[in-house]
Design a binder for this molecule. Structure first.
Ligand code: SUG
Length: 421
């Protein structure tokens, strides 16, 4: 069985807009009310997928969810045009950030030797809490082979779970047993307390580790530093990313920096921790550039490359740090910038846009896997049917709702995935 890392990127949906829905996500709140460009956004996402495919990597995708979410508005007893805030939630294209779709424990790590996926409940943000039923339907289809996959429902909603964005895997190679690192946040109340929500609950992470059948000796639970959450790192993947034996992280990512590094070194023989000190790149610059919301990838030849948002090149301390890193002798040998600006303006960088699944591609429903022909076909549909722009006052309008629904339907038909309609 050939286990490889497959990146499932979310196709950016036709209702992509900027509604400032995520408290603590500084880009999203800063850009609230701006005009969004769904067509350009989706084409940027597809260009990133094409880029990774051209590197020789295996690439999959997940589909946009049905929007506007009529059942949510009905449950809230409002009509689409009655309450702009609720309408924006029902219209959000936030499922594009598939790093929040599920937590994935590949077969070599689990007790029953299957790859386990737990859909994330995303309860902290109302617009994201409505994603999981449709995401689950999609995961059950893509990973329907029960001999190789176990797809779980969400953990109880009282414990917030944001999926793979707060989960890392480290070990000698993707196909071998690895340590799984779960990063959770804690709310600190009172004087000196936190303004922003901690979106990943420790108990959600622990429940997932148990249901996935992970061995205790290969599991680490680490608290995210409250300072990082305060600075706008609403998920761990805004301040850390791991691949095989390498952790690329900001000095202020974890509440207990030394303890977390020690646990990693103990459980991951040969672990290399590439730490960016705050003296070189402040937490603020790391979050503004999304330096760590990068895809750390092992290329087919074995070289490790970092796919970063192009914003990193525009911020001098970050660009310098990356340049010095590549000139040095570290494990990350290449830096590859990509333009995902439309997603970035909502706080979603290259790493947010993908869900990593280590599996044998032959066991995945092939309709969810990409090749150049399929990307061309998706891009053609986006060019023709995705709205060029969405201004805030258009959200909730019946004519735009029809355009958005129609665009998704055409995509489902072209991909032979009508059962998700
Ligand atoms: O949940 N933004 C997303 C961004 C998710 C990024 N994902 C990872 N870090 N893995 C969020 O905060 C903004 C939508 C709006 O405001 O219109 C939003 O949902």
């Amino acid at each position: 069985m050939a286990l490889v890392e497959i990146n499932f990127d979310g196709i950016i949906g036709p209702s992509h807009n900027y509604s400032g829905l995520s408290l603590g996500n500084l880009a999203a709140t800063k850009n609230a009310g701006k005009v969004a460009y769904p067509r350009a956004a989706a084409l940027q996402g597809l260009a990133k997928m094409r880029h990774n495919l051209s590197l020789g990597l295996t690439q999959g995708f997940l589909l946009p969810l049905p929007r506007p979410h009529a059942a949510f508005l009905a449950d809230m007893a409002v009509s689409a045009d009655a309450d702009p805030a609720l309408a924006a939630m029902a219209w959000s294209a936030s499922s594009m950030w598939t790093a929040n779709a599920a937590t994935v424990s590949p077969a070599p790590d689990t007790a029953d030797g299957r790859c386990h996926l737990s859909v994330a409940n995303l309860v902290t943000m109302p617009h994201r809490s409505i994603e999981w039923p449709d995401t689950l339907a999609q995961l059950r289809l893509a990973f329907a082979d029960e001999k190789h996959f176990a797809v779980h429902g969400p953990v109880p909603a009282t414990f917030g779970d944001e999926g793979a964005a707060n989960h890392m895997r480290m070990g000698p190679s993707h196909g071998e047993t690895c340590a799984e690192i779960f990063v959770y946040g804690r709310q600190h109340y009172g004087e000196g307390g936190t303004r922003f929500p901690a979106r990943q609950h420790e108990q959600a992470s622990r429940a997932i580790a148990r249901r996935h059948g992970l061995a205790e000796e290969n599991t680490i639970f680490a608290e995210q530093s409250p300072a990082a959450i305060e600075a706008g790192a609403f998920h761990n993947d805004v301040v850390s990313v791991a691949n095989e034996n390498v952790l690329f992280t900001h000095e202020q990512a974890f509440a207990d920096r030394e303890g977390t590094y020690a646990a990693i070194r103990q459980k991951v023989p040969g672990a290399e921790i590439v730490e960016v000190p705050a003296s070189a790149v402040t937490l603020e610059d790391a979050i503004a550039s999304y330096l760590f919301n990068a895809q750390l990838l092992t290329l087919p030849g074995g070289t490790m490359a970092l796919v970063v948002p192009s914003e990193c090149m525009a911020l001098a301390p970050v660009a310098k740090w990356l340049d010095d890193m590549v000139r040095g002798n570290g494990p990350i040998r290449r830096v590859l910038p990509v333009d995902v600006r439309q997603s970035m303006a909502n706080g979603g960088g290259p790493a947010c846009l993908r869900l990593r699944v280590v599996a044998d591609p032959a066991k995945v429903d092939s309709r969810f896997l990409l090749n150049d022909t399929r990307i061309d076909s998706i891009a053609g549909i986006v060019e023709k049917h995705w709205p060029e722009s969405i201004a805030p006052d258009q959200i909730g309008r019946a004519d735009l709702a029809e355009t958005v629904q129609n665009a998704r339907q055409i995509l489902l038909e072209a991909l032979n995935l009508k059962e998700l309609g």
